[in-house]
Design a protein around this ligand. Sequence first.
Ligand code: NAG
Ligand code: NAG
Ligand code: NAG
Ligand code: NAG
Ligand code: NAG
Ligand code: NAG
Ligand code: NAG
Ligand code: NAG
Length: 387
Amino acid sequence: MASSTSLRLLITVMMLLFHCSSAVALDRIACQFPTPDPLAGCPAGTLLVGPPSTGAPFSSIQSAIITIPNDTTSYTVLILPGTYTEQVNITRPGPLTLLGQTDVPTNQSYNAVTVAWAAVAGPSDNARTSTLTVAPPRGSSMGSTDFRAYNIDFVNDYAPYSDTPSLAIDISYANAGFYYCAFYSYQDTIYIGTLGNSYMYSSTIAGQTDFLFGYGTLWIQSSILSLRSCGGGITAWKGTNTTFDNMYGVYIHDSAVLPENATVAAEEVGKCALGRPWNAQHRSLFARTYLSPEIRASGYIPWQETDPRIDYNTTMAEYQTYGPGFNLTGRLDAGVEFNLTQGPLTAHPILTEEEYISGGYSSPETIFQDDQGTFGYTGWIDRTPWL
Ligand SMILES: *[C@@H]1O[C@H](CO)[C@@H](O)[C@H](O)[C@H]1NC(C)=O
Ligand SMILES: *[C@@H]1O[C@H](CO)[C@@H](O)[C@H](O)[C@H]1NC(C)=O
Ligand SMILES: *[C@@H]1O[C@H](CO)[C@@H](O)[C@H](O)[C@H]1NC(C)=O
Ligand SMILES: *[C@@H]1O[C@H](CO)[C@@H](O)[C@H](O)[C@H]1NC(C)=O
Ligand SMILES: *[C@@H]1O[C@H](CO)[C@@H](O)[C@H](O)[C@H]1NC(C)=O
Ligand SMILES: *[C@@H]1O[C@H](CO)[C@@H](O)[C@H](O)[C@H]1NC(C)=O
Ligand SMILES: *[C@@H]1O[C@H](CO)[C@@H](O)[C@H](O)[C@H]1NC(C)=O
Ligand SMILES: *[C@@H]1O[C@H](CO)[C@@H](O)[C@H](O)[C@H]1NC(C)=O
């Protein structure tokens, strides 16, 4: 009796383990750490990508991606150190994690994997330029519900200055988390399109003109915004009317805005704008973020002098920003940062703690929505990426 009970218990436990295995947190650090067998510590079925000299089964990331079924099962791809010159296009709905091999998995500056492309839109479609795209094929409903990338740098370096749009990533109709990653381009570096949700942690985002732009929702946490020159604004968002209340916009928390190097620091003092409204329903917030001297006295700016695109629905906000780029007199004089309900913030341009909390700005739960508008849509975010 006793032994058959424990046997049954053992079988039950094993079945539970088997069924839960896809839900058990991936030990990404064990998988990423360089070992004689690179796949040691990785989940079964992990695909290995490496430069040809490594003998890895795939020598480009996209050649591995296209072998993954178009379904909702979870997949992991481990990428060995190298520069991969290619466009990566993720269309499948299921969870997918891209891991860059590294022995410092909690610091972006040691990343050894770069995905590089060089394209500008010119007169054609911005989206075609992107180094990484996470989006379903046009016409199908939703793309990845849970895409993640760790320790990978994405570069689009067509020209060392703003030419026309040149995207490092395009996230549309999909959820995408980036941890210890970097994004380098000059114009329109990060595009979060319709029904795109993205979360970035401890990452570096470098750009010159409108380098955080889109229609969807982006939360940037504990990261660096690296100014390569000044043009447009850092944020340029286009709000949309939906049948439900939405919080589409870009929210930068506990981060730092810094010049990319000493040349930029010397040449751009007081010239860079926090953002400008792509349409009047632009929504962006810098919270508890250090602003370097390159930020102009007004903070934000109108879209253009003759086409300001600022009205009562425009949110161009700051909360506890600090550093030499924060000039209260300059903000008050310009009066372009808006009170959500009352018009120009002539009294005080900066959200109070109460406004910050009641406005729903203080947590990803009150920001991220599913495609029906339900808040709290955050299951795809890794809240403890350092583990
Ligand atoms: C990453 O490492 C660099 C170089 O050692 C260091 O300067 C930086 O502070 C580290 N970043 C983080 C987030 O720990
Ligand atoms: C990605 O692949 C899908 C499906 O093949 C295609 O419709 C789409 O145009 C591709 N996107 C890019 C940016 O290459
Ligand atoms: C994947 O499957 C979905 C649903 O059947 C379909 O809409 C989509 O076009 C497929 N994607 C590709 C790249 O074939
Ligand atoms: C500084 O950064 C700018 C913008 O990326 C670049 O054009 C310039 O070459 C860099 N200068 C140095 C000395 O690295
Ligand atoms: C949304 O509705 C407001 C108020 O009716 C209107 O002014 C605005 O143009 C609309 N925006 C879009 C993008 O449709
Ligand atoms: C825009 O602001 C006006 C005036 O406060 C308000 O009546 C309207 O509902 C707002 N529209 C949107 C789309 O938020
Ligand atoms: C702050 O902005 C005002 C313009 O509104 C300007 O006169 C002043 O010099 C600025 N202060 C600094 C430290 O840049
Ligand atoms: C916006 O206006 C309301 C009503 O006048 C006021 O209570 C609130 O403090 C203002 N908010 C800001 C950020 O100025």
